[in-house]
Unconditional design. Structure first.
Length: 94
């Protein structure tokens, strides 16, 4: 894991596919994904729960029942399952 800067100038973790693969899964089967920079990862499975301010690259795909915290940003051409949910302030770029 390395560190990068958010749009607000705050340090944030930059996650790799290996980091993502090893995140904790809660008792309901959801993968718990902390706030951070996910731009190096392009495909996310079902049931991921992302914290506030996540940053995602272009052409990402997200499976069923993913949820996103406030102020998440997405690159161009990302694909979301119909059952994904977004908190107020999440930005879906085109």
């Amino acid at each position: 894991m390395i560190y990068t800067e958010s749009r607000e100038g705050k340090a944030m973790n930059k996650y790799t596919q290996s980091d993502f693969d090893n995140f904790e899964v809660d008792e309901n089967g959801y993968k718990i994904c902390p706030s951070g920079d996910y731009t190096q990862i392009s495909s996310f499975g079902e049931g991921c729960s992302f914290g506030e301010g996540g940053s995602f690259g272009e052409e990402c795909s997200f499976g069923e029942e993913c949820s996103f915290g406030a102020r998440c940003s997405f690159g161009a051409r990302c694909i979301f399952s119909e059952k994904c949910s977004f908190e107020n302030g999440a930005v879906k770029k085109r």
